[in-house]
Ligand binder design. Structure first.
Ligand SMILES: Cc1cc2nc3c(=O)[nH]c(=O)nc-3n(C[C@H](O)[C@H](O)[C@H](O)COP(=O)(O)OP(=O)(O)OC[C@H]3O[C@@H](n4cnc5c(N)ncnc54)[C@H](O)[C@@H]3O)c2cc1C
Length: 412
């Protein structure tokens, strides 16, 4: 049998999963990543699932129990800090780098080409050619677009498909465990603490600390606060002190000081004092416009879309990385099982279109109460049930699509 070769565009988690799993089925795979150096974590907490860890194991990534901070459930706190509702649910948080580094280590350096930005793809017969900035090219039997939500490959093949703004933003921040207000640390540190100020939603949780340290005392506390913002408000938030507008995402140091002062003031008015303190003490909050994305097809000849290039669900499903892992596993299985190459790609597309559509729909459902509309309970229909925070908590994540990870799943 001739060995087949895959070109993987994007060296983040989706690309690394795809390359390592294809290699396990007898393919060769080269990863092409636009960034020159090692990728840095841009986020703080990372939702984990059993599927993520199982796929990491399958990809040959080394794992151990210190990868996660275990959590015992969810708690909903009102503006006075009283517990409105509790829900037991064992799960665990991790960080982007704790997933990235072991996956990266599973790929030989000779197959990971950093500093190469794909410009366009060309297909001819049974070959696909990648053209990179600067003139370099690479040729293979299959090209896997794992180049993220603004995918160059997808924009070439389906220019009409773009991320869709959800109408709200997330403010995110992090503090050291030792700085967490004592009452929160004592009562709620091992849980995800939700709050639902009028038409808004926030959650706070423990995550690994500096150097991915998961020892008690050395962890961190991470918050995400979702707030509606129409197009004009988003534009204002993303405009720096010199009046320069940065689209839908602004580098954190350029967020205007008065914007940060205003959110801290709003936090003091809307949250329990201890939670407001968590937000108030964050030196540099990060701002992110929440979007989602659906591709109508995932295969075009010898090119497949995978991970965020294919579908992006809103972050409430906490499963972007797990979805990328499962996309890669589905592709590797289909290529290993099916004799016919086109049939393998068709099977991949069928499986992952279904999953992608369902996870995007679930993310929208979980964000219903952030749509900026006031709707009395008597007028609720369909997904309006998710205006009830208890319903949000019951279905947070995507429990019908992926399984929560517990520390026990890491002991094998
Ligand atoms: C640095 C980083 C940190 C993240 N941190 C978190 C987190 O803390 N929590 C969380 O839930 N999610 C996080 N995410 C998102 C999450 O990792 C993704 O949902 C998941 O990795 C699946 O994404 P992906 O690999 O499909 O795309 P991405 O992770 O977006 O990776 C796409 C990769 O493609 C590269 N690329 C883009 N265009 C080109 C091109 N033309 N040529 C070559 N390469 C290209 C990009 O540089 C990037 O490395 C992070 C993503 C990144 C890149």
């Amino acid at each position: 049998m001739t060995v087949k070769h895959a070109l993987v565009i994007g060296g983040s988690l989706g690309g690394l999963f795809a390359a390592s799993l294809l290699r396990k089925t007898g393919w060769t795979a080269a990863v092409f990543e636009r960034s020159k150096g090692a990728l840095e974590s841009r986020g703080a907490g990372l939702g984990t699932t059993r599927e993520l860890v199982e796929t990491m194991r399958r990809a040959g990534a080394r794992l151990d129990v210190s990868m996660v901070v275990p959590m015992s459930g969810y708690v909903w706190l009102d503006a006075a800090g009283r517990v409105v509702h509790r829900q037991e649910r064992l799960n665990a948080s991790s960080t982007w780098s704790r997933v990235y580094l072991p996956l990266r280590a599973a790929i030989p350096d000779s197959d990971y080409r950093a500093g190469l930005a794909l410009e366009r793809v060309e297909q001819s017969g049974e070959r696909v050619v990648a053209h990179f900035a600067g003139g370099a090219t690479a040729e293979g039997d299959l090209l896997i677009a794992a180049d993220g939500n603004l995918s160059t490959v997808r924009r070439q093949l389906m220019p009409e498909v773009e991320p869709r703004y959800a109408g709200y933003v997330a403010w995110r921040g992090i503090m050291e465990e030792r700085e967490v207000p004592p009452a929160i640390h004592r009562e709620h540190f091992d849980k995800i603490a939700f709050s639902f100020p009028d038409g808004e939603m926030s959650l706070a949780m423990p995550v690994p600390g500096e150097g991915d340290d998961t020892r008690p005392g050395y962890r961190r506390y991470y918050f995400i606060w979702y707030r509606p913002a129409d197009a004009a408000a988003l534009r204002n938030l993303c405009t720096d002190a010199n009046g320069v507008h940065h689209g839908t995402s602004i580098p954190p140091p350029l967020i205007r000081p008065e914007v940060i002062r205003a959110i801290k003031q709003d936090a003091a008015e809307r949250f329990a004092p201890d939670l407001a303190m968590v937000i108030g003490r964050t030196a540099q909050p990060l701002l992110q416009a929440i979007t989602d994305l659906e591709s109508p097809r995932l295969v075009s000849g010898r090119v497949v879309l995978l991970g965020d290039a294919a579908f992006v669900a809103r972050p409430h499903v906490a499963a972007g990385v797990s979805k990328a892992a499962l996309d890669a596993a589905s592709l590797a299985d289909a290529l290993a099982d099916e004799r016919d190459f086109d049939a393998a790609l068709a099977r991949y597309e069928c499986e992952r279109l279904d999953f992608g559509r369902r996870i995007v729909a679930h993310g929208r459902r979980l964000g219903t109460l952030l749509d900026g509309r006031k709707k009395p309970r008597a007028e609720w229909t369909g997904d309006d049930a998710y205006r009830d925070p208890k319903r949000v908590l019951a279905d947070y994540g995507a429990p019908h699509l992926v399984h929560d990870l517990t520390a026990r799943d890491l002991v094998s």
